[in-house]
Design a protein around this ligand. Structure first.
Ligand code: 26V
Length: 821
């Protein structure tokens, strides 16, 4: 078990201090008098990095000597956020660093604010990957994360006159103190070109891919420090670089010249992270990104394997398991087949047997528009040999389908990797299921729907292959580091080993009725709310009442997440107050954080509407400060760390069946926020843990959603039957919130009425509004609310990512931990 942080000794402190000074002088070329906070930040990181790298060396040596089986987590996204606080905490050096800097006249908190977020992800999927590698290191499991070293992470959001503007994110502009370049492990990746069919001496058909261009993949390693500081794994991110190589053979082959013109500029491959977008723009480069990092990573794994086992492939499946984080790295499946069949010259069946024992796949969404499909023509152009291999995999698989359902062409059409139609498409989900030994969804309900609605035939063909692993979050970042006062209170009550054994929090439940503890717990919440109020004042110049309910919805902006349901309810409250100045409600601050994909028009319109309603409500004296609406720009990991500890109410209001899991729901509940939510994703499991009396569940469940869809959902019925809904929607059409610009908010009304309200906002509105009344009542009873909040924190043990990782290890990866001395 990793030990709790030790008390600060003068020796540690002085050592840390001199390391910081040394780096200020020798790494940064400045001194104590000249250094600004940015320089102090870098020097502090460098001092920390000395210890991190020692841990890394020990870990790598131990894993090498023990020839350990390892999991390789392939993910196009790792949303790491900031690392200094995390690394200090995990090494138990936070207090040491804090006091060392204090003696130098520097505030650690200010220094930490200098660190740019590593925003190499869109949202839940990328942050999950970051939590998972934290847990893997903490649990001393041999693991490596593989991804892309994007030069620009997710765009920075600015709000101008209420509208979202995207600006480039430049997290590395002034250098990143954590990363280490490893030129000794560069890989080469081929693209474009053509395939030559040859006949070997033994009569065997040989395929040779003559690539049109070759790019270099340069690995940059980020150390991943486990809690307790013993195991330090790596996150290996590949940066593309042009190689000198140009294939003159191909060039001279004449006919191919034009095709090769499409050569990508090698260094654009890892230039920018794509936002989850509705639009199809930049598709080709995205596929190249996926292949680029999958191929580099596979070759890296194989190089390491060969160092220990030479050309003997028989032990590969014992040493290597690869987890595919969604279908983004699915092209790794045909890539491994290519390497084994074309390069290592294994026969197809041997190679396929290896492949299907190595890969496991996690599905993160059921939304049809988010399921990846690539035009076969595009794959053929970029990866001609891979398309052949995909066809071969499919051909053999179709024979299996025929054996199971003889002559059933409908089944074949549905299960085929290839979707026939105007344009042939390659279904990456089907490829992933067929090429993996395990497939999992990310919450119970989601996994049930993966089996029942998305892949029912696969479930029938391979019973047990489709399974569930409920998501989790690391309590090191999402409680200990982001909420020090609550952590200290918990330590005092139940001891300090909960960060690695989160079920221990149950020990708080017995104090839920204790008035003193309730007061202490809510005092911490109040202090956190004051800090957030300062942040809100600073960033938006809005004054908020810290005794109001802090009602928080933080997540990507998408119709299925229904920020507009929240907004309609705010407008309804506002209207009630205008109609009846005595309308009885506890003051509320509605706080949003959300980025919209740049091409997602309606999502941007919803952000605009939130900001316009905020302008009006916040400045209307008739409201008497009872409602404030706050949209905090540029929602990101480091902002989440400030918002979550200060939240009273957590909005988890997706249409049932649409949110695969959610992980913000877990972070908020862990920090003592109560959930208002639908029976969707992990909300269901949160309700099971905390009990129905400690959560506000409302609205249709997934069966009711399906039933209403089947019978024909008519949003106009709700519009005409519920005068409040009608009034609020009609309000959007006026220029009340957008003076001089009537109709500026009309697209929201249109999507709900003319476009059929695809996520059934109106159907759930009244239930939501009623649940909000119950929230209001509960909050006014201070003791009742305190008790509920404490129970929420106490019952979150299940949602540690350590538990998720243990599920993966026991049921899928079959890994042993390896302790590092
Ligand atoms: C992608 C796209 C792309 C096209 C436009 C619409 C759209 C909508 C969503 C997505 C995201 C797909 C994958 C994803 O991020 N899923 C999230 O994974 C989290 C971790 O498992 C989970 O908690 C979230 O519920 C799930 O949405």
């Amino acid at each position: 078990k990793p030990s709790a942080p030790v008390a600060v000794t003068a020796g540690d402190k002085n050592e840390f201090k001199s390391a910081v000074i040394r780096h200020l002088h020798c790494t940064l070329g400045t001194d104590e008098n000249k250094a600004n906070n940015h320089a102090w930040w870098k020097a502090t990181c460098a001092a920390m990095q000395e210890q991190v790298l020692e841990g890394l060396r020990k870990t790598q040596k131990t894993h090498y000597l023990n020839d350990t089986r390892a999991v390789h987590y392939f993910s196009a996204e790792f949303l790491m956020g900031r690392l200094l606080s995390n690394n200090l905490q995990n090494f138990g050096l936070y207090d040491v660093a804090n006091e060392a800097l204090k003696e130098l006249g520097i505030e650690l908190a200010d220094v930490m604010e200098e660190e740019p977020d590593m925003a190499l992800g869109n949202g839940g999927l990328g942050r999950l990957a970051a939590c998972f590698i934290d847990s893997l290191a903490t649990m001393e499991l041999p693991a490596i994360g593989y991804g892309i070293h994007y030069e620009h992470g997710l765009f920075r959001q600015e709000i101008q006159n209420g509208a979202q503007i995207e600006r480039p994110d430049s997290w590395r502009d002034f250098g990143n103190p954590w990363e280490i370049c490893r030129p000794e492990s560069i890989q080469q990746v081929s693209l474009y070109g053509y395939v030559e069919t040859k006949y070997g001496e033994n009569g065997r058909i040989q395929k040779e891919w003559h690539p049109g261009s070759i790019v270099k993949g340069v690995p940059w390693d980020i150390p991943v420090v486990g809690y307790g500081g013993k195991t330090v794994n790596v996150l290996r991110l590949w940066k593309s670089q042009s190689s000198q190589y140009f294939n003159w053979d191909v060039f001279n082959a004449g006919g191919y010249v034009d095709a090769q013109r499409e050569n990508v500029q090698a260094d654009t491959i890892s230039k920018v992270l794509y936002p989850n977008d509705e639009t199809e723009a930049g598709k080709e480069l995205r596929l190249i990104q996926q292949y680029f990092f999958s191929s580099c990573s596979l070759k890296d794994i194989i190089r390491r394997y060969k160092r220990a086992h030479g050309d003997d492939w028989s032990r590969f499946v014992d040493q290597v398991v690869i987890q595919l984080n969604d279908t983004h790295p699915a092209i790794a499946i045909p890539e491994l087949m290519r390497i084994l069949v074309d390069r290592a010259e294994l026969d197809w069946d041997t190679a396929w047997n290896i492949c299907t024992k190595v890969f496991a796949y996690t599905n993160h969404t059921l939304l049809p528009e988010a399921l990846e499909k690539w035009p076969a023509r595009m794959i053929e152009k970029i990866l001609p040999r891979h398309l052949e291999i995909i066809y071969e995999i499919n051909h053999r698989f179709m024979a299996e389908v025929d054996a199971m359902w003889p002559g059933d062409n409908a089944k074949k059409a549905k299960l085929s990797i290839i979707e026939e139609g105007n344009e042939k498409m390659v279904r990456m989900g089907n490829l992933s299921v067929i090429g993996s030994f395990a497939v999992n969804g990310v919450a119970e309900i989601h996994s049930r729907l993966v089996k029942k609605d998305l892949f029912p035939e696969f479930d029938e063909m391979w019973p047990g292959k489709l399974t569930n692993v409920t998501n989790g979050i690391t309590p090191r970042r999402w409680l200990k580091a982001c909420n020090p006062p609550l952590s200290a209170l918990i330590d005092k009550k139940i001891g300090s080993d909960w960060p690695t054994d989160l079920k221990k929090l149950e020990g708080l439940a017995k104090f839920a009725d204790n008035k003193t503890f309730q007061k202490q717990f809510m005092k911490v919440k109040l202090e956190n709310k004051k800090l957030l109020a300062q942040e809100i004042k600073q960033s938006l110049d809005i004054d908020v009442d810290v005794n109001a309910i802090f009602d928080v919805q933080i997540k990507r902006l998408h119709e299925y997440k229904r920020q507009h349901l929240n907004l309609l309810h705010i407008m309804a409250l506002y209207r009630r107050l205008l109609e009846n100045p005595d309308y009885d409600m506890h003051p509320r601050v509605f706080i949003f954080g959300a980025k919209a994909a740049p091409g997602y028009k309606l999502a941007k319109d919803i952000i605009y509407a939130i900001n316009k309603v905020a302008d009006k409500v916040n400045n209307d004296p008739r409201v008497k400060g009872k409602i404030k609406v706050v949209f905090l720009p540029n929602y990101r990991v480091s902002l989440a760390e400030k918002m979550i500890p200060a939240s009273d109410l957590s909005e988890q209001i997706s249409t049932a069946g649409k949110e695969a899991s959610g992980t913000g729901n877990m972070k908020l509940a862990l920090n003592g926020a109560l959930t208002i939510g639908t029976l969707d994703g992990a909300n269901i499991e949160i309700a099971e843990e905390v009990g129905d009396e400690n959560i506000f569940i409302f609205g249709m469940d997934v069966d009711e959603v399906h039933a209403l869809q089947a019978k024909g959902y008519k949003p106009l019925d709700y519009y005409y039957r519920d005068p409040e809904i009608k009034a609020v929607l009609d309000w959007l059409e006026t220029d009340y919130f957008t003076p001089g610009k009537p109709g500026a908010l009309v697209s929201i009304k249109q999507s709900l009425l003319d476009n059929g309200d695809p996520y059934m906002v109106l159907a759930d509105f009244r239930a939501y509004s009623d649940a909000q009344i119950l929230v209001d009542e509960a909050y006014r009873d201070k003791e009742r609310w305190a008790k509920m909040a404490i129970i929420n924190t106490a019952k979150m043990g299940k949602f540690t990512s350590d538990r998720s990782i243990k599920d993966y290890v026991d049921r899928i990866w079959k890994l042993d931990s390896c302790s590092v001395k």
